[in-house]
Write a new protein. Structure first.
Ligand code: HEM
Ligand code: MG
Length: 331
């Protein structure tokens, strides 16, 4: 039975996290890195296993310890990605591509293909990674980072802040609408896209700096080099997606949806949860996304899925969402 996730940090004050016990080390052949600059960095410094293959408990522990991500948010993000992209039989998930390091797979249609898997947590309009339609959805792209630089210069006086985050997100949505015939921005990806816009401000700014402005060298250190800057201190106090309202306020008419007939054919999808519908997100995720990957699990697999679904639901309770629990595999 997979062990339960940890609770909040006992001490969530700021502290040195780029310390002597956590030096950066280059990748070895076979090590996995993927679309998330935070998890990549945590693996490169040994807060996660350096091979990039981790259990849910290790991921929750590492994002709290290294960045001070709030507990219920960390748990929801971790179990929702794990249920789609991880191996419930071995309790291991790759933070990048599919790898034999996660062990013997459960039967198809389960995928167990790591965080690079398109259209669950990973999706279109990433700040520094291309849309999957263009091929590689997980490697750092300099031209996309240059948009991040451009919007930080134009709207943040050379720093990435909430204003720049909102303008960049607006641009990225327009850009994908115009260039990606398969562009889609629906739940669950919808939620990660908007949260990720403010994560660099909330978590990549050194804890001793209260400006709310991320300098571009520090941004590059995380996004491209997967490294804490020298002497990096995590933020003081756990948070999640504070500031996201600045981003959504700039896009009052935005609705989740997709390009349905090629570029510039964006249509709202009424079946997708909106950002203010966490329970629709939860229920559809379990009954549609998970059920389609695991239509009729049995034995150990069924038990592991039920336990991980229980941990996912408990994260919604801890977040205060007030959702009704759903049981696709019985009580
Ligand atoms: C992107 C997973 C925690 C910052 C992503 C993506 C995944 C992911 C799958 C790709 C989404 C995409 O852009 O298409 C996770 C998981 C976490 C976690 C499972 C566990 C709790 C964090 C934390 C931070 C963070 C703690 C900040 C310290 C980001 C940012 C991106 C991202 C900024 C966007 C990259 C870009 O747009 O270029 N994450 N993440 N993540 N993550 Fe994480
Ligand atoms: Mg992406």
């Amino acid at each position: 039975r997979p062990p339960p996730p940890p609770g909040p940090l006992a001490d969530d004050s700021s502290k040195l996290v780029h310390d002597a016990a956590h030096p950066y080390q280059d990748l070895k052949p076979g090590d996995q890195r993927g679309p998330c600059p935070a998890l990549n960095t945590l693996a490169s410094h040994g807060y996660l296993p350096r091979n990039g293959v981790a259990t849910p408990v290790q991921i929750v522990t590492a994002v709290q310890e290294g960045f001070n991500l709030e507990n219920s948010f960390a748990r929801f993000l971790t179990y929702s990605t794990f249920l789609v992209n991880g191996n419930p039989l071995t309790n291991l998930m790759s933070i990048g591509d599919a790898t034999p390091l996660t062990g013997q797979n459960p039967p198809k249609p389960a995928t167990v293909a790591g965080l690079d898997t398109h259209n669950n947590c990973e999706g279109d309009t990433s700040m520094t990674r291309n849309d999957a339609f263009f091929g590689d959805n997980h490697s750092f792209q300099e031209d996309r980072f240059q948009n991040f630089v451009k919007y930080s210069k134009k709207y943040g006086a050379g720093k990435y802040n909430y204003t720049a985050a909102a303008q960049l997100r607006k641009f990225l949505i327009q850009d994908s609408t115009q260039r990606n015939p398969q562009f889609s921005l629906v739940s669950p990806r919808l939620f990660t896209a908007f949260a990720e816009s403010v994560f660099p401000i909330n978590f990549f700014v050194d804890g001793r700096d209260k400006s709310g402005q991320l300098d571009l060298d520090t941004a590059r250190s995380f996004f491209q080099n997967m490294t804490f800057p020298p002497n990096f201190h995590r933020r003081a106090g756990a948070v999640s997606n504070v500031g996201q309202d600045v981003v959504t306020d700039l896009l009052p008419n935005f609705k989740p949806g997709s390009n349905t007939k090629g570029v510039n054919t964006y249509k709202a999808d009424p079946t997708s949860a909106n950002l203010d519908q966490p329970c629709v997100r939860y229920t559809n995720f379990v009954n549609k996304n998970i059920k389609s990957l695991y239509p009729n699990p049995t034995g150990n697999l069924k038990d592991a899925l039920k336990t991980n679904l229980q941990y996912l639901y408990e994260a919604t309770v801890a977040a205060g969402d007030g959702c009704t629990q759903v049981f696709p595999y019985g009580h």
